[in-house]
Design a protein around this ligand. Structure first.
Ligand SMILES: [Zn+2]
Length: 303
């Protein structure tokens, strides 16, 4: 039989990444899903998810990969955080307003890096996915348990960590192989990405009286920050206006959370700035709300 898949499984395990079988030619795990669990054999004590049965054991891997299973890497136990940069599914799958004009996950990730003042972290183990997306592998930060996310970082930018898995290089889905395109050890996850991925539950709304008392103490710093963000919006070029408003709201959300600025003041200033550069009111409102929600200054349900 073709040893490509067995070798792919062994080579992932040699890197210290526990593997489990995926259906042949498919991305879905082999074996039964939880709702069909027979509660026998390995599931005698309760259903075991792929993350729990993934293995590094070469003998078990050789025994399993007698059949042409694709290879899943359980990213949590592998101590990996994989940034999954995807492509639109079809022509109707277009970027939402705050990412307008961007083509795919790689574009969005590049903008995130630029905004954070960071280089695109490409010097790491990278796999090309079957439709031409990329998986950037990073080692997980110590002392933090990151879970998989879908779209938290931005459009078409997912992450695979605890609770998730990736299709390993050497697997073939729909006739196309996942290929290593940069074969170096995974770099540590950049700290700024770890920060973005650490869930920050939105704080409880502050009582109005307390908020207005704190606003009277608005610092020169917060006023300067607001002015700085407004200037960025006013100098945004066509095609980047929506994103400029989104990022300004995102940046100012922290000051709203700290009580240095009010949501009302930020929204009204950003709305006038956005409209003065020709952004339609509806798009402006959406971009501001998205930025404030992403920055933790508003509940997502209020958006
Ligand atoms: Zn089961």
């Amino acid at each position: 039989m073709n040893s490509t898949l067995l070798n792919a499984a062994l080579s992932a395990a040699e890197r210290g990444w526990p593997v489990f079988p995926l259906r042949p030619g498919d991305k879905r795990p082999a074996g039964h899903p939880e709702h069909n669990c027979p509660r026998t054999g390995r599931c005698a004590d309760g259903h075991r998810i792929p993350e729990q049965r993934a293995t590094l054991d070469a003998d078990r891997i050789r025994a399993c990969w007698q059949a042409p299973y694709n290879v899943g890497i359980a990213t949590g136990p592998a101590n990996l955080v994989v940034i999954d940069l995807d492509l639109p599914k079809d022509d109707s799958d277009t970027a939402p307003p705050e990412w307008a004009g961007l083509a795919d996950g790689l574009d969005v990730f590049a903008v995130l890096c630029e905004h954070a003042g960071q280089r695109l972290p490409t010097e790491t183990y990278t796999v090309r996915t079957r439709r031409g997306g990329q998986h950037l592998y990073f080692t997980a930060p110590e002392g933090r348990t990151l879970r998989s996310t879908g779209g938290t970082l931005g459009w078409k930018v997912d992450t695979r960590a605890w609770g998730g898995y990736v299709v390993a290089a050497g697997s073939t889905v729909g006739g196309t192989a996942y290929e290593i395109i940069h074969d170096v050890p995974p770099a540590p996850l950049p700290a700024w990405l770890g920060d973005l991925l650490t869930a920050q539950p939105a704080p409880a709304p502050m009582p109005l009286a307390e908020l207005s008392a704190r606003m009277r103490n608005a610092t020169a710093y917060s006023t300067a920050a607001l002015r700085g963000e407004l200037e960025k919006v006013l100098s945004a070029r066509e095609g980047g206006r929506n994103r400029a408003v989104y990022f300004a709201a995102y940046a100012l959300a922290r000051m709203i959370r700290n009580g240095d600025l009010t949501e009302g003041a930020v929204t009204s200033e950003l709305t006038s700035a956005g409209e003065s550069i020709g952004l339609p009111a509806g798009e402006c409102r959406t971009a501001i709300r998205s930025g404030l929600v992403r920055g933790g200054a508003l509940e997502a349900s209020a958006a």
